[in-house]
Ligand binder design. Structure first.
Ligand code: SF4
Length: 358
């Protein structure tokens, strides 16, 4: 059992219990739920762990499997080898594509090197790829709202580079040029700020009144749910702590959302050791959440850092209960089953992960 998976007890109920027992009237922690691992991250981490079980080390992974330092370091210790591009993988070896997805050019490159691939792309990212392909076939101009340089955006863009323009902020809408203003569609990265995206789309619609929406929300359920939980807590906290890595889009968005929703201050940390006592001077209430790629152990460490420093009690503020899980990639499932390594279908949710606790 690894600390990326289900090594921890039902954390929400544990902390609720300690809150009741304490009766302490001093500083207080509001713990957001949902927080942490989403279904796509849970599956991607599981893919690498199961591939290591099945094939042994090394298992190559293109890019960080998910944007979290702790996860990458833990999997590296187990034998995963993270590379930037598939040309770093020995010819004929096995490579996992990360949760953020890859462009067709990357797939072709892997095929050219005869790599065995396991695709851990989140199904909700794949959905956006399919939209891009379909709208390009129908010859629309596609506005991809997202952050230039982010792996997910690179992957989606690569599906139809001649039809897609990337727009990062509402102000960038002014630079968009299209062939026919009546044949424009927008799609988006899955991990954006809901509010900022709405503003970008409003501006696009001012320029292109017949702008077509994607068939369903591209900002995924997990991103939206974590932002709603933070918005609920933010107005009542002096300081919000977001656990997540600097390159994690949804974690960085949670800091912005907390500040916009009224938190006195907001800080992002990779781990408890990065917390600074000065941030909490004079504070009575701390909000705590974590990005979609963050294992619960890192949240627990933050709570254990805060409790002896004047914040002994914890209230879980749950705004949604998530039950979504995704099956493992078909080729991995087949090989697991053939080798008697079961629990491959259906993919079981982690028993004590951040959102499988009640
Ligand atoms: S944040 Fe959303 S899109 Fe990204 S891996 Fe998680 S569920 Fe999938």
């Amino acid at each position: 059992m690894s600390d990326l998976t289900d090594a921890f007890p039902a954390i929400d109920s544990t902390y609720s219990a300690s809150s009741k027992e304490s009766g302490n009237e001093t500083g207080h922690i509001y713990l957001a739920a949902p927080r942490g691992y989403c279904a796509g991250v849970d599956r991607a981490v599981d893919v690498v762990e199961k591939a290591l079980d099945l094939y042994g080390a090394p298992v190559y992974v293109r890019k960080e499997i998910v944007h979290n330092k702790y996860v990458v370091e833990s999997l590296t210790k187990r034998g995963a080898v993270f590379v930037q591009e598939t040309d770093e993988v020995p010819e004929g070896a096995r490579v996992v594509f990360s949760a953020h997805g890859v462009s067709p050019q990357v797939r072709d490159g892997a095929e050219g090197r005869r790599l065995a691939t396991i695709d851990a792309t989140c199904p909700l990212v794949t959905k956006v790829h399919r939209e891009a392909v379909r709208f390009a076939k129908e010859d629309y101009d596609i506005i991809l709202v997202g952050h230039q340089g982010h792996e997910e955006v690179e992957g989606t863009f690569g599906e139809a580079p001649s039809h897609i323009q990337v727009v990062g902020t509402p102000d960038e809408v002014a630079n968009v040029e299209v062939r026919d203003p009546d044949r424009v569609v927008w799609i988006s990265q899955t991990t954006l700020s809901v509010d900022e995206t709405r503003e970008t789309v409003d501006r696009l619609r001012q320029r292109f009144p017949n702008l077509i929406d994607p068939p369903s929300d591209d900002i995924c359920y997990a991103t939206q749910n974590r932002q709603v939980a933070v918005k609920t807590i933010a107005p009542k906290v002096d300081v919000m702590v977001v656990v997540g890595s600097a390159n994690s889009s949804n974690s960085v968005r949670l800091v912005e959302v907390a500040l916009e929703a009224g938190a006195g201050a907001a800080y992002r940390v990779d781990k408890a050791e990065e917390l600074q006592e000065a941030w909490f001077e004079g504070a009575k209430t701390v909000g705590l959440t974590s990005g979609a790629s963050v294992p619960e152990i890192l949240v627990r460490d933050v709570i254990e850092w805060l409790q002896p420093r004047g914040f002994p009690t914890v209230d879980v503020v749950r705004t949604e209960t998530e039950t979504i899980t995704f099956a493992l990639p078909r080729n991995l499932r087949t090989e697991l089953e053939a080798n008697g390594l079961v629990d491959a279908r259906p993919h079981a949710p982690r028993k004590a992960g951040p959102d499988h606790t009640s």
